[in-house]
Design a protein around this ligand. Structure first.
Ligand code: S3P
Length: 169
């Protein structure tokens, strides 16, 4: 099986769903953010971004993406990954890309429940700022996300359906 790349907004559940999907497909699981941390000997990407800036992070993200893209692997990518360099085209060429699609309201509630300080792009935002950021960024990124070969909405479909689709893909 070619690598499967999960793309989508922060808080969409790429990591959680990715782990569950990998289990169902008897595949390995990898996470680009985690690989970036390993490569740079840092605990969190937030720390790395603070120290080295966003451009450095995006370059590291591409390195990590290429590194973890192995066969029989489900890869959870960072929310911005498909929107930089040729990452999206590269993922589509070398594997199957699945967009984990959630509406802005659900994303807002899920992100509110998580620790925003661990998310460098969202740290310190008020509710209104967070809502605005989601609306604007989702609008900018949707054009990338929707180019995925498969679009999966976890509120509408069961993971089993996605797993089956991927087996036959
Ligand atoms: C980012 C999303 C994060 C992480 C970084 C940038 C983004 O990953 O890669 O903070 O640009 O949306 P998750 O989507 O896994 O939270």
């Amino acid at each position: 099986m070619k690598p499967i790349f999960l793309i989508g907004f922060m808080g969409a559940g790429k990591t959680t769903l990715g782990k569950q999907l990998a289990k169902k497909l008897y595949a390995a699981f990898a996470d680009t953010d985690q690989q970036i941390c390993i490569n740079n000997q840092t605990d969190t990407v937030a720390e790395l971004i603070k120290k080295n800036g966003m451009d450095f992070f995006r370059a590291q993200e591409q390195v990590a993406l290429h590194q973890v893209a192995k066969k029989n692997t489900v890869v959870a990518t960072g929310g911005g990954a498909p929107c930089f360099f040729d990452n999206l085209e590269w993922m589509k060429k070398n594997g199957t890309v699945v967009y984990i699609e959630l509406d802005k309201k659900t994303l807002f509630h899920r992100l509110k429940q998580s620790n925003l300080n661990e998310r460098p792009l969202l740290a310190g935002k008020t509710d209104t700022e967070l809502e605005q950021y989601i609306i604007q960024t989702l609008q900018d990124r949707r054009a990338y996300y929707e180019q995925a070969q498969i679009i999966f909405n976890p509120l509408k479909d069961k993971l089993e359906v996605l797993a089956k689709l991927l087996i036959d893909y």
